[in-house]
Ligand binder design. Structure first.
Ligand code: PMP
Ligand code: GLN
Length: 422
């Protein structure tokens, strides 16, 4: 294989690994983030209507994005970004947010360019950067030093750490994920503005992965702000979104990038040689759904439904003594696993070198142990850290990430199994 694969883990992604493990042990799978909730009828109807005919919806559509979907996205975002997006030049649709991220990085990162990532990071960012020959440079979001975080808001970054990580002329981009996977943090205006100021100072592009933008639970405490809506930021921001999160249909694999025409054109130049165009009937269906959702209470109803699921699973974790961090957005909850005494904590204290092999790290061993003995599967968050660069692995060592985008029965079942185990 090509040398560029050497930067990737031959075992594959943590999601595939733990889904397989859950299946093997018949465990309740709260690992990989995909909803097991019923899909509303207006969504399944839109999908069946789109494939029912025998016409051109079965053929390639416009490479830059199916026109009806680009228009629906433009209408959806107008008041969120505070600007009318030209559907023909400021939107490109992609095979999921994953491809939008990959094509963006291919389009802008030269070999040896540096990209700043905040760890914990979603795992496709460093992979996309290294495949482009670039170098991911890590800065950290950190929980309080002395006690477990109570809410996701307790996780903070230090803007001076980001400044120190920037090499003028070499650093090309910073990636921010808001709402955040796995923390659930919704960044404040001040936090976003401090990043924006650095971006202007060092002329950085900002890749704003906002796939969980519709899943925000405490709007009055932490309103979600789109990065591109900040004054002066649209010009340097690539906004990424996903129909998988917006409609709870991760298998549709439709995403998009939004931004100024020159940026979108560069992303499309890569995109045209990756999938060329995205699945036509589901882009049509996605457009119909967004048109309908805008004029209904779908987004508000979904927020309520997810708030309920979040609160329910948060209570289950609390009752087991796996101290949870209340997330303000997204569909994951981090929990403190210190009380899984079977896997002692001292093995990965920050004073000793943490094991770089994933399977040896405490959080991997805890998540395997809980799958095998409590029959509940979570994701070890050190998968979202750079072990090789010596990331602060003492932080994820005592955490596990549970997905709560699951039906109530699964959440109650998992809660019951964890209680029985402890
Ligand atoms: N970004 C984040 C933060 C994610 O959690 C995910 C996956 N759920 C993606 C991007 C990829 O989204 P998609 O499934 O649309 O490719
Ligand atoms: N984004 C999902 C998660 O964080 C997983 C997507 C995937 O399996 N690649 O769980």
């Amino acid at each position: 294989a090509a040398r560029r694969l050497e930067s990737l883990d031959p075992a594959g992604t943590v999601f595939a690994e733990f889904s397989a493990l859950a299946l093997k042990h018949g465990a309740v799978n709260l690992g990989q983030g995909f909803p097991t909730l019923p899909v509303p009828k207006f969504i399944t109807d839109a999908a069946t209507d789109a494939v029912k005919g025998d016409g051109l919806l079965h053929q390639y559509t416009r490479s830059e994005g199916h026109v009806r979907l680009a228009k629906a996205l433009s209408a959806y975002y107008v008041d969120k970004i505070g600007r009318t997006l030209d559907p023909m030049s400021e939107v490109v649709t992609a095979t999921g947010a994953s491809e939008a991220i990959y094509s963006t990085i291919q389009a802008f990162i030269n070999p040896n360019d540096e990209v700043i990532l905040m760890q914990p990071f979603y795992d496709c960012y460093p992979a996309a950067v290294t495949l482009a020959g670039g170098k991911p440079v890590m800065v950290s979001l950190r929980p309080p030093a002395d006690q477990p975080a109570t809410t996701s808001h307790d996780w903070k970054f230090d803007v001076e750490e980001i400044r120190r990580a920037v090499k003028p002329g070499v650093t090309k981009m910073i990636v921010i994920n808001n709402p955040h996977n796995p923390i659930g943090k919704v960044f404040t205006r001040e936090e976003l503005e401090s990043i924006g100021k650095l971006a202007v100072e060092y002329d950085l592009l900002v890749l704003a992965d906002e796939v969980y933008e519709t899943l925000v639970y405490d709007d009055s405490v932490t309103p979600f702000i789109k990065f591109a809506s900040l004054p002066g930021m649209f010009e340097r921001t690539i906004t990424v979104g996903s129909i998988g999160k917006m409609l709870g249909v991760t298998g549709w694999k439709i995403g998009w990038a939004l931004g100024p025409p020159d940026i979108i054109r560069a992303i499309w130049m890569v995109h045209q040689y990756v999938p060329f165009a995205v699945v036509t009937p589901l882009q049509e269906a996605a457009a119909v759904c967004i048109e309908q959702a805008i004029s209904s209470t779908y987004f508000q109803d979904t927020q309520k439904q997810y708030t309920h699921l979040r609160n329910k699973f948060h209570a289950h974790l609390k009752a087991t003594g796996l101290t949870p961090t209340l997330p303000h957005g997204g569909y994951f909850i981090l929990a403190d696993t210190t009380r899984v005494s079977h896997v002692p904590l001292e093995n990965t204290s920050s004073t000793k070198a943490a094991p770089t092999a994933a399977g040896d790290r405490r959080d991997y061993r805890v998540c395997k142990h809980l799958t095998e003995h409590a029959l509940v599967t979570a994701i070890p968050p050190s998968a979202f850290y750079d072990a090789v660069a010596g990331g602060p692995l003492d932080v994820p060592a005592k955490l596990a990430r549970f997905a709560f985008c699951k039906n109530e029965k699964m959440l109650d079942d998992a809660g019951g199994k964890l209680k029985a185990y402890f």
